[in-house]
Design a protein around this ligand. Structure first.
Ligand code: ADP
Ligand code: MG
Length: 285
């Protein structure tokens, strides 16, 4: 039988938009000493906008719309930004291939179109990337028939609540605050610096995040919560000692996989969830 105090704790949490999927997690969360955050959509708003576009010499005249046509098939936040920026009705696409954490490849108007980040371009041997700068910004490139045509410069914003979350967790004595992301290394490091994270690692594929998490888990005494919102985050949510999904705009799979769901878009709810867990323990014991 479940002690009555847990019902109080679960109820108090749910009134703050924090859903515990079992009373055991209310207990487990009080022992968390390491919190790993996904960046995009979790610590940042996850709403990108295109601030600039650059075209290379000799680019296919239609490259922007070709790129947007592929993005029309994706539900990544970056895709939404490109579709908003590029004018015109997207073309039909065939032979679509989505590279998780990298971008897309497909046939559009009889042309082979590749759209995504630098590692994706490099893995397809696209030349001309060295002419490009913009270190701390997210860049999305487009190549048509293996020729680099141009790139979009995108920006996302760190949520104000992310700083509140990091401050509250540190005040509770939780200093192992880590950011893992598939976004560019420099972009992720800038967010880590802004929030004074213990570590901020970018350029990761979903499976890389899992490897880092598994390695951390092996350190004695570590109890790790992973906080994320995307489809890509589901493996890490499942592998962490405690998976916390940001459900505000999160994917169904992330919400399903998690042990705790935060229904607002506020990462500071993680600290509040721990506080509610601790208060409940005091009442129960
Ligand atoms: P995060 O780990 O921050 O949530 P993702 O793993 O979702 O990021 O994506 C990592 C990177 O992969 C993005 O920053 C972007 O460069 C690239 N990417 C992913 N999906 C797309 C897409 N649909 N179009 C273009 N680039 C993409
Ligand atoms: Mg994400």
């Amino acid at each position: 039988s479940i002690p009555l105090g847990y019902f109080g704790g679960i109820g108090a949490a749910s009134r703050k938009g924090i859903l515990f999927k079992g009373s055991n997690y209310l207990d487990l969360i009080t022992k968390v000493n390491t919190v790993i955050f996904d960046k995009t959509g979790t610590l940042t708003r996850g709403v990108f906008s295109v601030s600039k576009m650059e075209e290379m010499a000799g680019a296919d005249k239609d490259w922007e719309l070709l790129a947007a046509s592929l993005e029309a098939k994706s539900n990544h936040p970056i895709a939404r930004a490109l579709l908003e920026y590029v004018e015109g009705e997207p073309y039909p696409v065939s032979d679509l291939k989505e590279y998780a954490g990298k971008g897309l490849l497909g046939l559009v108007q009889g042309k082979q179109v590749l759209v995504g980040n630098q590692p994706l371009m490099e893995s397809h041997n696209i030349k001309g990337l060295s002419q490009v700068n913009g270190a701390e910004e997210t860049l999305i490139f487009c190549a048509v028939n293996d020729v680099l045509c141009g790139y979009f410069v995108l920006a996302d914003q760190v949520k104000e609540d992310a700083a509140a979350a990091f401050d509250a967790l540190k005040k509770m004595g939780i200093h192992e605050l880590i950011i893992l992301s598939g976004d560019k290394r420099e972009v992720v490091e800038a967010v880590g610096e802004a929030l004074s994270a213990r570590q901020a690692i970018g350029g990761l594929l979903p499976e890389d995040k899992l490897v880092i998490l598994e390695k951390l888990k092996q350190e004695p005494g570590k109890l790790i919560a992973f906080v994320g919102d995307g489809i890509n985050d589901a493996p890490a949510l499942a592998a962490a000692d405690l998976g916390i999904a940001m459900g505000g705009m999160g994917s169904d799979l992330a919400i399903e996989t998690a042990d705790v769901v935060i229904q607002t878009d506020q990462p500071s709810r993680v600290a509040l969830a721990i506080r509610i867990g601790k208060t409940t323990r005091r009442i129960v014991w």
